[in-house]
Design a protein around this ligand. Structure first.
Ligand code: NAD
Length: 448
């Protein structure tokens, strides 16, 4: 089989999106020879030219650095890459299915088949994509069935926990490394691949396949639940005249609770949390674990309800109808420090107001292009000033520093009517009010 004590393994990373591109660059940074493979020739062309096809802080610099070492390359030729490498990381997408809450596993299945068919020597296939529990065991059967005669192929799961916006640091210094379903050889080989982070103290959790798959989705489900919890409490705060931001700070002092993920507001979005909790909901139901499904259903409903609340507040701020009213939307990305607009609450709210007849102008420091590609009919500005010009109300929907630090006195001069809805709870309400703004925050009845 593969020899964990032999020369450093050659790495193939299949799928070079947010996860795979970062992983490929990080593997090269850790000193291994790496090939990144994608079916999208445009992505491969960009990466080969040293350009990252999306916004991720620190990644362009590291990509250029690693391309210059000669250890890192990109290709669309899966047969060549698989024939060359020893360890194959599966990093393709697992989006929500078009017809249900289930995950669409066609890319994971296709890439596993492509790897297996093209194997020329013993190899380790390492799943990193987020998958419903039970997927890895099925793929293992596929690999055993399709592997060429005389080739030993082992499939294990090593879920990824990186956060967009902090992807480089999270990949090089992960909070934990989960190794699911490894033989002792495979574990030794992966401990070698991750020797750098392990030496720096990243804990390794060795477990079975289903546990590894579930650790990932449970982590996301917990974070989503924390956000929906504070948003539910935020509704109570509004009704009772309390301030959820002060409450969250006070709660956060309890180390058992912690302050992170307790920002009440527009809720979560992006390419991971929403589809991951829905896929877990679906899978939990399939497995007869109805309680987990019911909990996650509430988490999802609370989250989507926040988007509706912000739409309602905007309608209210415009006197009952947004028809032909000018609305400035600050933020399109699902969170700051990324250009990712997949299932973005900000863009979702902007699009809903546009559909109701508002003249919506969106500005985001990094996500203007990705937003325009998804919703070409919205208006787009290239600065905060341009988005705010002549508006009846502005909505702060993504908590970029640029918005938090904006000068309300200056912006008030540009509007038709200085009204702001702070859907992320991050603006200094007193400062905006003293600059003449009508200020509305979520869960902050004291401000109303
Ligand atoms: P993405 O859509 O950005 O990237 C997926 C890439 O796979 C695309 O470039 C696509 O062209 C490529 N691809 C599809 N089929 C292929 C094939 N047969 N061969 C080679 N390439 C192929 O998705 P992403 O955000 O990078 O997510 C990938 C996986 O990682 C998902 O399961 C996701 O849930 C998980 N994940 C993502 C993050 C994140 O922050 N984005 C974090 C942790 C885990």
């Amino acid at each position: 089989p593969f020899d964990p004590t032999g020369p450093a393994p050659r790495i193939a990373v299949l799928g070079t999106g947010y996860l795979g591109a970062t992983h490929a660059v990080a593997m090269a940074q850790l000193g291994m020879e790496v090939v990144g493979v994608d079916t999208d020739p445009h992505k491969v062309e960009m990466l080969t030219a040293g350009k990252v096809p999306f916004y991720e802080p620190g990644l362009p610099e590291l990509l250029s650095e690693q391309m210059a070492t000669g250890r890192l390359r990109f290709t669309t030729d899966v047969a060549e890459a698989v024939g060359w490498a020893d360890v194959h990381f599966v990093c393709v997408g697992t989006p929500q299915s078009k017809t249900s809450h289930a995950a669409d596993l066609r890319y994971v299945e296709a890439v596993t088949t492509a790897i297996t068919e093209n194997l020329t020597h013993d190899a380790l296939i390492v799943g990193k994509s987020t998958v419903p529990v039970g997927t890895a065991a099925r793929l293992r059967t596929l690999v055993a069935r399709e592997a060429p005669a005389g080739v030993r192929a082992e499939l294990v799961w090593n879920p990824e926990f990186l956060r967009e916006g902090k992807a480089v640091a999270d990949t090089l210094h992960p909070d934990r490394i989960v190794l699911g379903g490894t033989s002792s050889d495979a574990e030794a080989l992966l401990r070698r691949v991750y020797a750098g982070p392990i030496a720096e103290g990243s804990p390794v959790v060795v477990c079975d396949l289903p546990t590894a798959e579930l650790v990932k989705v449970s982590a996301n489900a917990f974070l989503a639940t924390k956000i929906s919890f504070i948003n539910a409490i935020s509704g109570v705060c509004e009704a009772a005249g309390a301030d959820v931001t002060v409450l969250a700070d006070a709660l956060g002092h309890d180390v058992r609770i912690g302050r992170q993920f307790l920002d009440a507001g527009l809720g979560f979005g992006g390419g991971c949390l929403p589809k991951d909790i829905r896929a877990l909901m679906y899978r939990a139901n399939e497995l007869g674990a109805g309680r987990a499904a019911a909990l996650l259903q509430q988490v999802d409903e609370i989250n989507m309800g926040q988007r509706q609340s912000v739409i309602d507040l905007a309608v209210q701020a415009c006197g009952g109808s947004v028809l032909n009213r000018r609305i400035g939307v600050l933020g399109a990305a699902f969170k700051p420090h990324t250009d990712d607009v997949r299932d973005s609450p900000a863009l979702n709210v902007a699009a809903a107001l546009h559909l109701r007849g508002a003249q919506v102008t969106v500005y985001d420091p990094e996500a203007g292009d990705t937003a325009r590609a998804m919703f070409p009919t919205l208006g787009y500005a290239t600065s905060v000033d341009e988005a705010v010009e002549g508006t009846d109300v502005i909505l702060v929907l993504t908590e970029w520093d640029e918005f938090i630090q904006a000068d309300p006195a200056h912006l008030a001069l540009l509007t038709h009517q200085p009204a702001v809805i702070d859907a992320r709870g991050r603006l200094d309400a007193a400062r905006w009010r003293s600059a003449g703004w009508t200020f509305t925050g979520l869960g902050r009845a004291a401000l109303a």
